[in-house]
Design a protein around this ligand. Structure first.
Ligand code: ADP
Length: 455
């Protein structure tokens, strides 16, 4: 972060600067342990703690603070009072972001946000020093934190925006002020809060609220709702896809190799060979979007192709591991119907003798949960899964959804029993997909299986 005077921060937050010291602030934090001389501590109430309790302590260590409630005995020239500290965090981040006249890519979607963000960053980094959202800093706390990481050395930024209800993307886009928007797709994540897929579309389209009319919006044109959803918007729309009629950026000649996807990107009539070190058609879509974003920002096609070839999958998102003749797809970071279907297709397209899907519960689907699990069970059957091992209370519906069309389909409440069953049947040539919501901790099962099958 570039330093700001406390007086400047006060005025950005609507307080009278005259009342404050001109102390230099070089960092904004919500963590009292990090706060000291030169930092601004924003007291945000969490689930377990009210950060206001730590304010006397951070002030004693030389920090300044932003608070909602009166702090007894605090020196008034270092505490800025606001009605809502969460809103103040966004407001200050917006003010700070506006200091940088650089391209900012704002990215949202039901699935594929983090992957696409990483691919966009890989492409843009070929030409620009690029700041990209770290980890899952994509909400009303995380996005401001990322904005404060900007400094004058950065030439571009990519900010991921997540949401679970209406109004969140609106506040995030108002803070980040994207000069390019991306919507990866409209699926069913968070449908409980938004009522319907049309509701999800509406919530994602809020991204336009923080963008000037001239700022392009990149979409996946093969999504069933997005092309209609963008009809009539003032912004230029850049369409990426594989099957849709009119795409600006289209993937052709797609082949799934052992650990990568090989395809040709046809960008407005010019063709470029791409080798992407990640598998699955969903990643081809993500890559097309990243390529198109690069083109909008004058990255050369050759640089964009190189950026995609250097993409490194992060965290527990879809990693393919081979051990003793068995192929394992580790994909335990999260799960939604869209991402389960994408992973089942990856399993289908793998070169192997038997396809085993270990699927745990998908969480946060509310009343849609049972239908979603049934649907994914049917999808497993339709994609040639030979063995389905379902784990968790909701997961029984996967087995039901498969309707006897998968030769072996079993449900487990106990992870150890599942692991024992799986290990007893595994043989050379098998491919195993592990996929579940984060809360199911399916990676523990993977570890146990590795102990048995060895290196
Ligand atoms: P998000 O950040 O939106 O939660 P991620 O990029 O972390 O999404 O991907 C989560 C999982 O979703 C991945 O492991 C992959 O299986 C799947 N996925 C990624 N991109 C897509 C996509 N475009 N369409 C469908 N599924 C996807």
């Amino acid at each position: 972060m570039e330093s700001m005077k406390l007086t400047e921060i006060a005025s950005a937050l609507g307080a009278d600067p005259e009342n404050y010291t001109a102390a230099e602030i070089t960092g904004v934090t919500l963590d009292s342990r990090e706060a000291g001389e030169g930092s601004l501590f924003i007291a945000v109430k969490g689930d377990r703690f009210d950060a206001h309790d730590f304010v006397p302590d951070v002030l004693a260590r030389g920090a300044a603070a932003v608070c909602e409630r009166k702090i007894d005995g605090a020196s008034p020239d270092r505490v800025i009072y606001v009605p809502d500290t969460r809103r103040a965090l966004l407001r200050l981040a917006k003010y700070y972001r506006a200091k940088f006249d650089i391209p900012v890519v704002g990215l949202t979607g039901s699935v594929g946000k983090t992957t696409t963000k990483e691919m966009v960053a890989a492409v843009l980094s070929q030409k620009y020093k690029t700041l990209a959202t770290q980890g899952n800093f994509n909400n009303e706390i995380g996005l401001p934190k990322m904005c404060f990481k900007l400094d004058s050395s950065y030439e571009a930024a990519v900010f991921e925006m997540g949401m679970s209800g209406f109004g969140e993307i609106s506040r995030l886009t108002d803070t980040a002020r994207p000069t390019i928007g991306i919507i990866t797709n409209i699926g069913v994540s968070h449908i409980e809060m938004l009522g319907s897929r049309e509701g999800i579309l509406k919530a994602k389209m809020e991204i336009l609220e923080g963008m000037p009319d001239s700022a392009p919006l990149i979409i996946n044109g093969d999504n069933d709702l997005l092309p209609k959803g963008v009809e009539g918007i003032p912004n230029p729309v850049v369409v990426c896809g594989i099957t849709c009629k009119e795409a600006d950026c289209r993937a052709e000649n797609i082949r799934q190799l052992q650990d990568s996807m090989s395809f040709v990107i046809n960008y407005r009539g010019s063709r470029y060979d791409v080798n992407l070190p990640a598998v699955g058609m969903h990643n081809v879509y993500n890559a097309c979007i990243a390529f198109a974003c690069g083109m909008l920002l004058n990255v050369t096609p050759e640089q964009a192709v190189r950026g995609l070839s250097e993409y490194v999958p992060t965290g527990m998102r879809q990693k393919i591991v081979r051990k003793n003749g068995i192929t394992v797809i580790e994909d335990c970071y999260n799960a939604s119907p869209d991402s389960i279907k994408a992973s089942l297709r990856v399993l289908r397209d793998l070169d192997c003798s038997r396809r085993i899907a270990v699927l745990g519960d998908m969480k946060e689907l509310g009343s849609y949960s049972r239908a979603a699990h049934l649907e994914c069970g049917a999808e497993a059957a339709a994609n040639g899964t030979d063995v389905l091992l379902a784990y968790g209370p909701e997961a029984a519906a996967y087995v039901e959804g498969a309707e006897g069309k998968i030769p072996t389909a079993l449900h487990f409440d106990d992870k150890r029993e599942l692991v024992m069953k799986l290990c007893s049947m595994l043989r050379e040539g098998d491919a195993v997909l592990f996929k579940a919501s984060r809360a199911m901790k399916l990676e523990e099962a993977i570890e146990s299986v590795y102990e048995v099958i060895g290196e």
